[in-house]
Write a protein that binds this ligand. Structure first.
Ligand code: NVA
Length: 370
């Protein structure tokens, strides 16, 4: 690494030095569109509603996000923030139109950092098509500061109706959880394979290996694209048949340090896929149960944001402050636990890991699975 290196991160556990923390400003509940509709459970109060989120919830989320940013800074970590735009505006491309955007929480969904590259994802939600704009000022700044920074954008998806299965789970095709699980087992999701589509949060970076969840937001074509884009990496497709809404790997399978991962006990990694971990002496431990029975109001995510933690180094981890069982388990696993109040930000798209994106971690590209 040269002295000018600003961007470098190969995994989610080496010592963190520089990170982006999201903002809740102007965030909206997006209007109906195929990929979003499939993510919102039929019995959710969010079904059918859209528009700007209540101001008091934006303020409460921002207060906690600002507090988290300050906490990280107090530990010597550089923190940057996105520049929100007015998300509550209709946007159109030659291929689609939507009446509002989403927000710039959480950055982890959009930005995939691999070594000295930050790649903006090819997201499948139409309302998130322009979300990368909130990070454009930072990317431009890193580009000027770091001569080796690779500022990259995955192929912009067209997101025409061809990108989604027609009426998937909609209206009279609404599915029970059991029916959804059958679809998940058959790997039949709302997104089709006509073009690469992925969210960065479906990718778990572990040095030379990228473990990518196949689900609602990431298709196989994207994995093929990733493999060609990162020719020196091994891209592994993983799936978690117990999850009726498989989206984003970081409340399902989370590495804590080299050799140790926690796995959601309701979404176990299949035996076949575990082999690579066992063969290389990695331990996979069932994550502790969430402390809450329900997610907060207007939240897309499950209670399993409990395990959505930010590892600061091999011995230190940030866990949401009300997640008492997860904190206790981390402590038993030998980690120093930093409790971070963030539950007011959950509704905006995720937890402690989701609300960040790596810019710089110490360390190099290791081969953990030779
Ligand atoms: N599918 C996940 C999203 C976590 C970031 C969940 O809701 O559990």
């Amino acid at each position: 690494m040269t002295q000018d290196t600003i961007v470098s991160s190969w995994n989610d556990f080496d010592p963190l030095r520089h990170v982006i923390v999201g903002r809740a400003d102007h965030c909206c509940v997006p209007p109906s569109e195929p990929a979003v509709d499939d993510k919102v459970p039929v019995d959710s109060k969010m079904k059918g509603m859209w528009g700007p989120r209540p101001l008091e919830t934006v303020e409460a989320a921002n207060e906690q996000l600002d507090g988290f940013a300050k906490l990280l800074e107090s530990r010597g970590i550089r923190v940057d923030r996105p520049t929100p735009i007015q998300w509550n505006q209709a946007v159109s491309t030659p291929d689609f139109r939507t009446f509002s955007m989403f927000g710039c929480m959480p950055p982890r969904d959009v930005l995939l950092t691999v070594g000295n590259e930050i790649l903006s994802a090819a997201m499948s939600f139409r309302c998130r098509y322009f979300e990368y704009l909130a990070y454009w000022p930072l990317m431009n700044q890193y580009f000027r500061e770091d001569p080796n920074f690779r500022w990259e954008q995955a192929p912009r998806p067209r997101l025409t109706d061809e990108s989604y299965r027609p009426n998937y789970g909609m209206g009279k095709h609404a599915m029970t959880i059991e029916e959804r699980l059958e679809k998940v087992a058959a790997k039949e999701f709302v997104t089709t394979e006509v073009e690469p589509m992925f969210d960065a949060a479906d990718v778990m970076r572990m040095g030379k290996d990228l473990f990518v969840q196949h689900g609602l937001t990431t298709n196989r074509t994207a994995m093929e694209w990733m493999q060609r884009h990162f020719p020196n990496h091994r891209v592994h497709a993983v799936n978690f048949p117990g999850d009726p809404y498989p989206i984003h790997i970081d409340a399902t399978f989370v590495p804590l340090r080299p050799g140790l991962c926690i796995n959601n006990p309701h979404r176990k990694m299949p035996e076949e896929q575990r082999k690579i971990f066992a063969k290389n002496d990695w331990e996979i431990v069932d994550a502790a149960m969430p402390a809450h029975d329900n997610p907060p109001p207007l939240c897309y995510s499950s209670t399993w944001l409990s395990m959505n933690c930010l590892v600061l180094d091999h011995k230190t981890v940030c866990v949401e402050a009300s997640e008492v069982h997860q904190m206790e388990q981390m402590d038993k696993l030998g980690m120093e636990v930093i409790p971070v109040p963030l539950r007011d930000a959950y509704a905006f798209g995720g937890g402690i890991h989701c609300c960040t994106a790596d810019v710089y971690r110490e360390g190099t590209c290791e081969d953990y699975f030779p």
